[in-house]
Design a protein. Structure first.
Length: 333
């Protein structure tokens, strides 16, 4: 263990000495930086509040998640409780530690909300949450301070890049046909998978140290062993990314949809949309094989493409047909 990691674990042990009463508050804060939380927030915003912002959050989220998976493989760094038995594992993870996905993704998403709303209060809330989410990962024993710092830095860099390239890309895409847009979205999602595969190949004959596996098993009650080279996460992100784009492009052909409406309409939209997510997510997850062979991973990509397409296109189409929304006089997205 390097001096930086050793110093990090000493700090984590000190933080954890504050007491186990912090476990639940820290777990809640940690949840506010998860992909699952933002996969609820983004659709709610897209269906009921601001379609432009909701779509932006979905695309940014899945892109950041896919890139985080690449960075994790390139760093192939351990979690604190994998290398130091003094660290209590109040949570557990099977992927590599650096950079922190929670820190990176929360910086991108909460930062996007702050930039989009242009509100001082939202900026303050976002900065506080980004810091507390990172801190929670230290207390839970799943990240070194260096993991969190790297996640914040990469998240801020990605956010800056997204903001800079968003308008030029949108302007460029306006001249493309729907088929060309779909092809480009598919190619972009596959490019992330290809870079992940190259990062995986760069490890050569590297093997997960046995001590990491042993310490991780001893520190938690989780039966599932660590498996940081499992590509399921990046396949999920890339499938959902393509689905978000696909659904929106197909909806655009129908004229889009309007997020305005009564409170009752918005609540109904939310529950219909959520029901569809659960059907694609859980039912297909039950029916389709869950493995890491090429066939199973292809079906996972398809499954999450359907989830993404439902959120951005399928659910709004149902809203229009049920009279829960209407077509805008101009495309708001």
């Amino acid at each position: 263990m390097t001096p930086i990691l050793e110093w990090g674990n000493n700090l984590i042990v000190l933080i954890q000495s504050m007491g186990e009463w912090l476990t639940i508050p820290m777990a809640i804060l940690s949840f506010l930086g998860t992909e699952q939380f933002f996969l609820i927030v983004a659709p709610v915003i897209y269906w009921c509040i601001d379609a432009t912002l909701g779509l932006r959050l979905g695309i940014f989220l899945m892109t950041a998640t896919g890139l985080n998976a690449i960075f994790k493989v390139l760093c192939h760094a351990p979690r604190p409780y994998w290398v130091d038995t003094r660290v209590k594992a109040y949570s557990s993870e099977t992927t590599f530690g650096a950079p922190s996905g929670h820190s990176m993704i929360s910086t991108v998403i909460w930062g996007t909300l702050a930039v989009s709303l242009r509100n001082k209060i939202m900026w303050a809330i976002s900065i506080i949450l980004i810091f507390l989410i990172g801190f929670s990962r230290l207390y839970l024993g799943v990240h070194f301070p260096s993991d969190v710092l790297l996640g914040w830095l990469l998240g801020a860099l990605l956010l800056w890049i997204f903001i800079k390239v968003e308008k030029p890309i949108i302007a460029w895409l306006k001249g493309k046909s729907p088929l060309q847009k779909i092809s480009l979205a598919f190619a972009f999602s596959l490019s992330i998978l290809c870079v992940y595969w190259l990062a995986h190949l760069s490890l050569g004959g590297w093997q997960i140290p046995e001590i990491w596996i042993q310490n991780a098993a001893l520190a938690t009650d989780v039966v599932e062993p660590i498996n940081p080279l499992d590509p399921s996460g990046v396949v999920t992100a890339c499938g959902a990314l393509f689905g978000f784009a696909l659904g929106y492009i197909l909806l655009e052909l129908q004229g889009g949809f309007e997020t305005e409406g009564s409170l009752w309409n918005k609540i109904t939209r939310f529950f219909i949309g959520l029901l569809g997510i659960l059907l694609f997510w859980e039912c297909l997850g039950f029916l389709l094989p869950d493995g890491t062979d090429p066939f199973s991973l292809s079906l996972r990509y398809l499954r999450y493409t359907l989830v993404g397409a439902w959120i951005s296109g399928g659910a709004p189409w149902i809203f229009l047909r049920c009279g829960l929304s209407k077509k805008p006089t101009h495309n708001p997205i």
